[in-house]
Design a protein around this ligand. Sequence first.
Ligand SMILES: NC(=O)c1ccc[n+]([C@@H]2O[C@H](COP(=O)([O-])OP(=O)(O)OC[C@H]3O[C@@H](n4cnc5c(N)ncnc54)[C@H](O)[C@@H]3O)[C@@H](O)[C@H]2O)c1
Ligand SMILES: *[C@@H]1O[C@H](CO)[C@@H](O)[C@H](O)[C@H]1NC(C)=O
Ligand SMILES: *[C@@H]1O[C@H](CO)[C@@H](O)[C@H](O)[C@H]1NC(C)=O
Ligand SMILES: *[C@@H]1O[C@H](CO)[C@@H](O)[C@H](O)[C@H]1NC(C)=O
Ligand SMILES: *[C@@H]1O[C@H](CO)[C@@H](O)[C@H](O)[C@H]1NC(C)=O
Ligand SMILES: *[C@@H]1O[C@H](CO)[C@@H](O)[C@H](O)[C@H]1NC(C)=O
Ligand SMILES: CC(=O)N[C@H]1CO[C@H](CO)[C@@H](O)[C@@H]1O
Length: 724
Amino acid sequence: MARATVTMEVGTDGVAVITISNPPVNALAIPIIAGLKEKFGEATRRNDVKAIVLTGKGGRFSGGFDITVFEKVHKTGDLSLMPDVSVDLVVNLIEDSKKPIVAAVEGLALGGGLELAMGCHARVSAPRAQLGLPELSLGVIPGFGGTQRLPRLIGLSKAVDMMLSSKPILSEEGKKLGLIDSIVSSEELLKVSRLWALGIAERRKPWVRSLHRTDKIGSLSEARDTLKVARQKAKKTAPNLPQHQVCLDVIEEGIVHGGYSGVLKEARDFKKLVLSDTSKGLVHVFFAQRATSKVPNVTDIGLKPRPIKKVAVIGGGLMGSGIATALILSNISVVLKEVNNEYLLKGRTMIEANVRGLVTKGKLAWDKADKALSLLKGVLDYTEFKDVDMVIEAVIENISLKQAIFIEIEKVCPSRCILASNTSTIDLRLVGEETSSQDRILGAHFFSPAHVMPLLEIVRTEKTSPQVILDLMTVGKIIKKVPVVVGNCTGFAVNRTFFPYSQGAHILANLGVDVFRIDRVISKFGLPMGPFQLQDLAGYGVFIATAKEFAIAFPERTFLSPLMELLVNSGRNGKNNGKGYYTYEKGSQPKPDLTILPIVEESQRLANIMPDRKPIYVTDQEIVEMILFPVVNEACRVLDEGIVVRASDLDIASVLGMSFPSYRGGIVYWADLIGPMHVYSSLKKWSEAYGNFFKPSRYLEERATKGMLLSDPSSSSATSRARL
Ligand SMILES: NC(=O)c1ccc[n+]([C@@H]2O[C@H](COP(=O)([O-])OP(=O)(O)OC[C@H]3O[C@@H](n4cnc5c(N)ncnc54)[C@H](O)[C@@H]3O)[C@@H](O)[C@H]2O)c1
Ligand SMILES: *[C@@H]1O[C@H](CO)[C@@H](O)[C@H](O)[C@H]1NC(C)=O
Ligand SMILES: *[C@@H]1O[C@H](CO)[C@@H](O)[C@H](O)[C@H]1NC(C)=O
Ligand SMILES: *[C@@H]1O[C@H](CO)[C@@H](O)[C@H](O)[C@H]1NC(C)=O
Ligand SMILES: *[C@@H]1O[C@H](CO)[C@@H](O)[C@H](O)[C@H]1NC(C)=O
Ligand SMILES: *[C@@H]1O[C@H](CO)[C@@H](O)[C@H](O)[C@H]1NC(C)=O
Ligand SMILES: CC(=O)N[C@H]1CO[C@H](CO)[C@@H](O)[C@@H]1O
């Protein structure tokens, strides 16, 4: 039963090898930590043990502390669930042990894994092992002494860099920096580590306790300068994240008052951060992403994904070429079909530019780029379609064109072939109406640019077979996307949920709130840009078209803002023509364009929604809420209609598709932290003052008044109404 075990074997050489075993990444779960304490205690006591080697089973040292424990602490608020590792295990049993301990590192040593290794007296590594302290990405700081030992081993500025960026390095770089003492082949790892440990025992090799070193830290004033610069940088790049500043404070404590003092402060501050909303949000998003790969009645009924080796993409426009790029980069052959040579060449050029862009940014090696491009074949007819495993249609939004294409591909493609459409507005049922293949038709909704954005909405109809959904989920993962299976509705999960985002912003603007202030407040909240700058970026054509689509689908809660048309009439088209709410010039930040203010006033006159014709007064907090609570409200409807399988799917989709701040946990999680009752009563108040746009949904009202969370599993009334 116990998969998580720590074993110890003592060899005739007098070396005890302690091995962590907890597949797949040897996470430091509670039983592992207990096992380590027990085995290190035993090895210290036994007379036949001269030296100790710590390693991980299955080619991996350890991926770090078990994140499910954080989840439990967050659910219960019970800090006693966190084991004492930092002093009890790492300082007392490892670093201060009377017997030398060597870490034999392979595969990965991340977070708590690397911290254990740094507590050892030397580290021997196999080639290309990943070493890092990614704790800040979960809202905490390293908690097993990492904030103290890493700077002492590799120097302050590199250590600060690794912790604040959460990015790992390879063992080769670790060797240069002093984190790793020796690199040996995987086959020799244990042998060399044992000899190294014996070498320390016999004083032929140095016995180093990292926490006691000071030689790499430099003078106090140098250290303080480095930390000051880092603090200022973190204030800019991570303004809403407390763990960055705390991490730097804890490092400073150790430099000023000594490593052990630093270890104690680290433990205290770690406990405060674990219970922060930031940590709760980030841990939630971590699990939300993993949860998407479980889809009831698709992934739990014994189906196996079929191999997808060759995919046809119809249409080499912006979207088609992005999708083709993602596919060829993952070793999937692509047949790209266009209507004529000119467009085909355009598509190919875009794909080449995408691939070259990755090479220029250092994200792809030249030979891999060539290999990828060799997998692309452009065509003008359907001959090549006879052996494709999947077709992705990405042509312009025209129902009769799409229908004609589906009739054609049904004829030429193998009967097992998956037929995916990139349509954003057309009912998938209509697309496949004239075919008899509705069980293998589904939507593949990529976000633009498709080779960069990580989210893939897989849109199923009630006819789509589980096998076909599973296959597309698998392809999605192969091309490094996060596939989220959603049901059909206007805008699908993400655009539907965020439709009120720009609507709310327009209502506020027409109520007299300054558009630039709105953008500033929303950016400060943590979205990469405010709603008006986003409109500039998307282009007003897209914006007006989307607004029309939603106005037809949800007329009772659409606000018809005169502002957009007025802007278009004044010759503005956002970033496209350099003139929007902001002015755009190459090489400089967008600047607020104050000449739009009379246009906004004209819009306010036409909209005529200000009470007593006077601008309303709102706090920054109210701006955030008046724009994002309607988004929460729409999320409730999406949940109520069963468009997503679970609430956390909307959280990860909002983070990956809309860049909603991950440290707020996603749109639903954020609302649950605030409390559904506050969301509900605020919306109710605004709906009475400003109309139906704010009217709380049935689901929100029900949850709020019953004291339930929005993310609680659906009540029976909701599931029975679920539609795919
Ligand atoms: N780019 C966006 O931001 C955006 C916005 C809204 C919707 N979309 C959706 O994305 C899809 C495509 O968008 P896009 O931006 O790539 O459009 P696009 O106009 O850039 O590209 C469409 C391409 O498909 C080609 N095409 C048309 N008929 C074809 C056929 N029978 N066979 C082969 N090729 C054919 C066209 O020649 C064109 O090159 C559409 O479904 C559209 O609704 C895109
Ligand atoms: C799964 O399918 C079965 C049989 O078709 C159905 O009864 C059940 O409600 C489905 N479960 C879910 C979660 O959709
Ligand atoms: C790429 O795909 C081909 C054919 O499917 C396969 O033979 C090859 O091993 C793959 N290459 C890599 C690097 O995965
Ligand atoms: C849509 O496609 C059909 C068939 O290709 C074509 O005849 C028609 O003109 C197109 N409509 C528009 C609005 O482009
Ligand atoms: C989602 O919104 C974006 C930008 O507003 C738009 O380009 C895209 O077509 C929309 N997609 C859907 C599925 O509505
Ligand atoms: C998809 O959603 C649209 C818009 O809500 C609706 O008109 C259509 O009937 C839906 N189609 C399916 C197959 O559920
Ligand atoms: C349904 C779908 O995936 N539609 C997408 C097609 O491509 C564009 C980008 O060109 C997306 O914005 C659409 O949402």
